[in-house]
Structures are given as C-alpha cells and as structure tokens.
Write a protein that binds this ligand. Structure first.
Ligand code: ASP
Ligand code: MG
Length: 416
C-alpha cells in the first residue's frame, strides 16, 4: 500500500480535481490510499459557520448557501450528468449540517466545532471518489471517523493508536484504491473529532504507520521542501533529500511545509515521505527518510513574526530555581503558550512565544503575586539551521537582537 495526500489547494476547483485524477492515473501502481482535505478554503468557511451559529448571527443561512454553491459549481463542471448517488450523498451531508445548526448551541465551542467542521472533508471525499470512479479510477470511499479513533479532546484529538490499529487490521483491504478524509476522526461514542488545523498530513502518516505503507506522498503547490518560506525570502532552494530528524526539527521550528506531527509515525516504521508538486508531478520533489547524508548542505531559514519575549522576575529576590521554573511552566501550559526559546539568570526567567494579548493578561494575573512580568512584543524569531557567521551578520543587519542562542546546528535570533 502507498498513501497519497492531497491538500485543500490541490482540490480547490474542478480543474484541480481533474488534475488529481490525472496524477492518480499516472502514478498509481498497486494498492493506494488517497487522503483528501476539504476543498480550497472550505475549512475556513466552516469555521465562519460555527462562529455565526454560536453567536446566532443573521448571516448563517447565506454562509451555508455559499458553501453549497461552491461545491455545486465544482460538481457541475466535473460531470455532464451528476451521478444520483453523489447528489444523494451531498444532500445527506448538507441535511446533517442544516439540522445541526438548527438546534440550540449549548455545548462547548470545541465540541460544536468538531461536529460541524468535518463536513468539509466529507463533501470533498464524496466528490473526489465519485469523480475518480467516473474517470475510471475505481475506488472505495472510506469513513475516517470509523477508522482513525481518538479520545474526546475536541479540536486537538489524540489518536488511540491501539484501537485504530485494531480497526484497520479488522477491515478488508481487497480493493485497490481507497479514498478517505484527512484531518478528521471519531470517538468510540460516535462523536466527530479533528486533529488540529492542517492535520491531513498527520492523517496520511497515521494510516501509513498502521497499514505499514511503502511510502507517503504529500502533493503540494510547491516543488518540495524549500530551505525557506518564499513569502519572506528570495532565492529559495529545494531540498532534494533530508532525514526524518532534519524534517522534524524544521517543522518544530515552524517551517510550514508539513504538519509537525507527521514525521514521528513515519520514522517509527521507517516509511519514506515524498513531498511533490501537483503542478509538476514528474519533478523529483523532496525525499524524507532515514538517510541523513545530505543534511546540512544547504542552510535553512525559519521566520516567525508576531513574537513576544516575556520575562519573569521574582519579586522577593528568590533565585529562579527548579521549583520556580516548574511553576512558571505550569502557568504557561495552563494558558496554552508554546515556548520556542528560554533563558535564565539568578532572579529572572525569559521565554519566547507567539504574542496573544488576552492570554498574556491571564498569565500575568496568575503570576502577579510572586513575579513581576515584563514583555517585548512585535518581535521576529529567526531560526537558522546549518548557519554560518556571514549569514547571521546579513540577517541581523540594522536590527536589534534581544536574544541569541546557538547550538552546533541551529541559531535562534529574537529581533525587533
Ligand atoms: N482542511 C483542514 C484545514 O484546512 C485540514 C487540512 O487541510 O489539512 O485545516
Ligand atoms: Mg487545508
């Protein structure tokens, strides 16, 4: 079995869906699992529907009809005659959505979110499965909610690996080609769950792991894993080959090519990951595997804006020792901060994190008795893997560096 994952951009309109069918036709040999995200910006649109529903806004019906129109237009372009089963399937999904948003919204936001947002992937996979069948790529539609089993941590569900493996082992895999949803799962109690935004890559990796797949290929609108985000840098270079370790480090520091959780399930079973362009599918792309022989040949840059350096000082001049650090981290964890750098001195401890003002206020309130908390916002965090002095000089030119940390391979610069 091989796994192909197609993201939202690769199925954003009828042309794109036809291209997916072409790629599958061209590259499929043997068993194939196709994991698909919601079409285009559908997940954002569904988030809009959730918010409007919860706040009882008047624009709710028009948001739903926009979603319908968008999908219907794609179908009209794909088929001369829309298969009745597809029409019925889509009516069922939209019927579910309309019923779900007609009841009183009295459950938690996260639970409601997860009962609505997965509609995007249900719609996209029904359409793509039907179109592939029509294009003579015979396939079986699978319901990820019955396969990827999770706990009930809505919006960031944790996979129940044992149960998921057990379910997968119990299924018949006689057919050749399967189509299923990325990003979504289900609980034992039949609630829908989601794995976190952009989680379809992770679905691909979970399935690869449990099916002992030969490889996972993520088809993207870029040529592969680049050494920097073209939004911020000119002259980016494609990395032909990197190791799992390099990939997980890049993803951890915020390179947005692959979802950070994707690497572990693949590494654990030594399953290679290919990142390839759906625009130029014949090009090589990037191979991510155990092989580390090409790591470090090209410096990699990861740039994050809207950063904030928070420093905590003990008010009574106690040392910031293990006890205080654990107290600080408990508070950071409680309010959901992700710490990307830290530093300590005698009575001071600083962390770098993404700036979210409301959360920061709560954190300061929580700690104000023992600590005075100060922060600098509007900062950038630049992480460079495989740096050299010239690169650092060039990137810090004319900027104030508030914190610099170096290890052998990585330098982190927090700059205003
Ligand atoms: N459709 C989901 C999202 O946009 C999952 C994904 O695309 O990976 O976040
Ligand atoms: Mg997406």
């Amino acid at each position: 079995m091989k796994i192909f994952k197609f993201g939202g951009a690769s199925v954003k309109d009828a042309e794109a869906v036809k291209n997916v069918a072409k790629i599958v036709g061209q590259f499929q040999q043997g068993k194939l699992m196709i994991v698909v995200s919601a079409m285009g910006k559908t997940t954002n649109a569904l988030e809009g529907i959730v918010n409007s529903y919860i706040a009882s806004k008047e624009d709710l019906p028009s948001r739903v009809s926009d979603l319908k129109r968008y999908h219907n237009n794609i179908i009209k372009e794909l088929f001369n005659e829309v298969p009745t089963t597809l029409t019925e399937d889509l009516e069922k999904i939209f019927g579910y959505l309309e019923k779900r948003i007609s009841i009183v919204a009295n459950q938690s936001f996260d639970l409601i979110y997860d009962q609505i947002v997965p509609v995007g992937e249900l719609l996209s996979t029904k359409i793509i499965s039907a179109y592939l069948n029509f294009a003579d790529v015979k396939n079986t539609w699978l319901d990820a909610r019955k396969i990827i089993l999770t706990d009930g941590s809505f919006r960031k569900a944790n996979v129940d690996w044992e149960l998921t493996q057990f379910t997968i082992d119990g299924l018949e895999w006689e057919n050749e080609i399967f189509v299923t949803q990325g990003f979504i799962g289900g609980t034992k109690g039949n609630f829908m769950t989601t794995l976190g935004r952009e989680g379809s890559d992770y679905t691909g990796a979970i399935l690869a792991n449990c099916l002992n797949a030969k490889s996972l290929t993520i088809w993207k609108d870029v040529e592969g894993v680049l050494n920097a985000d073209p939004k911020f840098f000119n002259n980016t270079e494609k990395l032909d080959q990197i190791s799992f370790k390099e990939a997980i480090e890049l993803a951890y520091y915020g390179a947005s090519v692959i979802h950070p959780k994707t690497i572990k399930p693949l590494q654990n079973k030594n399953i290679p990951l290919y990142v390839k362009s759906f625009v130029n599918p014949a090009e090589e792309g990037t191979k991510i595997s155990e092989d580390f022989s090409k790591d470090g040949l090209i410096p990699c840059f990861i740039f994050k804006t809207n950063q904030c350096l928070v420093s905590f000082s003990t008010k009574d001049f106690s040392f910031v020792a293990e006890e205080q650090i654990s107290e600080l981290f408990q508070a950071l964890h409680k309010f959901g901060f992700e710490v990307t750098a830290m530093q300590n001195s005698a009575i001071n401890f600083s962390v770098n994190t993404t700036f979210i003002e409301e959360k920061l206020k709560l954190l300061i309130e929580e700690l104000k008795e023992k600590y005075s908390v100060k922060y600098n916002s509007n900062l950038d965090l630049m992480t460079i893997r495989h740096y050299n002095e010239d690169i650092i000089k060039e990137l810090t030119k004319g900027r104030k560096v508030l914190l610099q940390q170096r290890s052998r391979n990585t330098v982190k610069l927090i700059m205003s």
